[in-house]
Design a protein around this ligand. Structure first.
Ligand code: C2E
Ligand code: CA
Ligand code: CA
Length: 466
């Protein structure tokens, strides 16, 4: 060995003198999650099945935890920061659990807790501790974040007969917790199961509708009225779906299901096409009438959607200056940086952009500064009862003042009463949309109104020229 040049790494007989590498315990590696260090889903399943078979007479609860809006953290910062937050969250959860509970990393932003023989009160106590720990702004590496925790609970044997069913039940309960506003716990119930079955059924039927050339889908149109003239300035296209055995299902229910199932991409294109078509059809009756079309975030992110918009405008001959796309403020806020380019392309097509449900998101004013919206739609929540709320009145006044300074038009949504209108009237809001001036109407009713208006206008014109 003495004559061997040290750097060569090989003995004179050609065999290596040194091996470099990692010694890893394969079985441990396959059991723990790389990011959080927690046991993974596989161990979770094995352990649950072991508990179920060995202690079948003891109730076993799964508490399925989900970080709320975790994707915002990934979007605002980056994935590696997101990974760090997952790691910190895992530690925090672990440190707050009692002896008889164990936490595992599941998919994405979810964790699973297994706990044997616990009463609902105890489960609630565990969740409350976790909830309190997560419900506050945190700082990591100088970056602020806020990420609450939702929980779905299901217990064997009352909610499920085996592990797979138990996992499903806890998952449904977690989904319900998120639907009910997040940052809360839900215990699995028969109603939750019934809702899930309904959602799955609706998704299937909507799939059928799409295959049948969108049978069951249609649009209603709600007028937007100029505050100064009282005339219709535009319409908002609102999607409807009506199919047996469900009947008319509200968009607040079916749009999220279209998003969840990815079908929003097809249906959204269909909606966009129909609305542009109508805008073009009605332009002879009302040449300046605008058409507002709602877009979900998923549509916007879909490759080729902007091209589709362009093709649709060409095909339907709709005037781009009459088309307004509405996006909710929360969508805009969460994806601000990736949307800038898309907004530019939308503007390049000649369309206008409205920020929908303004005031309900958490960074409305910041968004107003960053995003080149042409119209702001003040959410119903501020308009409803504005005649009795000093705060809402001042809020609207303030938004109108800011928007007008930078040439953004303001539409107040959800005006239902004369009293609300009387408060809004002197505030210089540009447009009003609400039941007070008109509910969403079917195509035929809109057309009738436009014809009547047209006839009145021509009668006036001819009386002036006579
Ligand atoms: P949105 O975009 O905020 O639409 C306005 C909703 O407020 C409509 O409900 C409308 O009927 C309702 N509304 C208007 N005026 C009043 C009022 O004075 N009082 C009350 N209480 N409500 C009023 P709708 O049609 O049920 O739609 C609900 C939501 O569904 C929409 O909220 C929008 O977020 C979504 N949506 C509807 N159509 C589409 C669509 O084509 N695409 C997408 N992505 N979402 C849609
Ligand atoms: Ca809207
Ligand atoms: Ca709205």
């Amino acid at each position: 060995m003495g004559t061997l040049p040290r750097q060569s790494g090989f003995a004179s007989n050609g065999s290596p003198v040194l091996f470099a590498g990692f010694i890893s315990n394969l079985s441990r590696k396959n059991k723990t999650d790389r990011i959080t260090g927690l046991f993974n889903k596989m161990v979770y399943s094995e352990e649950a099945q072991r508990l179920l078979s060995h202690r079948a007479d003891t109730p076993l609860t799964i508490m399925q935890l989900g970080l709320d809006d975790f994707k915002h953290i990934n979007d605002f910062y980056d994935r590696s920061f997101g990974d760090e937050i997952l790691r910190i969250s895992a530690q925090r959860i672990m440190s707050l659990l009692p002896e008889n509970a164990e936490v595992y990393r599941l998919d994405g932003d979810e964790f699973g807790i297994l706990i044997s023989g616990a009463q609902p009160q105890e489960l609630l106590g565990i969740y409350t501790k976790l909830q309190t720990a997560f419900d506050q702004q945190m700082i990591y590496e100088g970056r602020r974040y806020y990420c609450t925790l939702s929980c779905g609970c299901a217990t064997y044997p009352q909610d499920a007969e085996n592990f797979l069913e138990l996992v499903k039940a806890a998952g449904y309960a977690l989904e319900q917790a998120k639907l009910n506003g997040k940052n809360r716990i839900e215990f699995f119930t028969r109603q939750i199961l019934a809702r899930k079955i309904r959602s799955l059924g609706i998704i299937e039927k909507m799939r059928e509708s799409i295959v049948q050339n969108y049978a069951g889908f249609f649009l209603m149109y709600q007028p937007q009225v100029s505050v100064t003239t009282g005339q219709w300035t535009g319409l908002e296209a609102l999607a409807r779906w009506n199919k047996e055995p469900y009947g008319l299902v509200p968009p607040n229910e079916f749009i999220p299901l279209l998003e969840e199932s990815g079908m929003i991409s097809q249906v959204g294109r269909w909606i966009f096409f129909q609305a542009c078509q109508k805008c073009a059809d009605w332009s002879a009756l009302a040449p300046t009438l605008t058409m507002s079309i709602n877009l979900s975030y998923m549509q916007l992110m879909e490759p080729g959607f902007i091209d589709y918009m362009q093709q649709t405008l060409a095909k339907t001959q709709a005037d781009p200056r009459r088309i307004i796309v509405e996006m909710t403020e929360s969508v805009i806020a969460s994806r601000a940086h990736s949307l800038e380019h898309l907004f530019q392309r939308i503007h390049d097509l000649g369309l206008r952009i409205a920020m929908d449900d303004f005031g309900t998101g958490y960074s409305s004013l910041e968004m107003l500064k960053k995003m080149p919206a042409d119209i702001v739609k003040i959410d119903r929540a501020f308009v409803h009862g504005v005649n009795a709320s000093n705060f809402d009145e001042s809020f609207i006044q303030f938004i109108v003042a800011i928007c007008h300074k930078v040439n953004i038009e303001v539409c107040a949504e959800g005006v239902e009463t004369e009293a609300e209108f009387q408060i809004l009237y002197p505030m210089n809001v540009d447009m009003i949309q609400g039941y007070y001036f008109g509910k969403p109407m079917e195509e035929e009713a809109i057309e009738r109104h436009l014809r009547t208006m047209r006839q009145k206008a021509s009668a006036q014109e001819s009386s002036v020229t006579e």
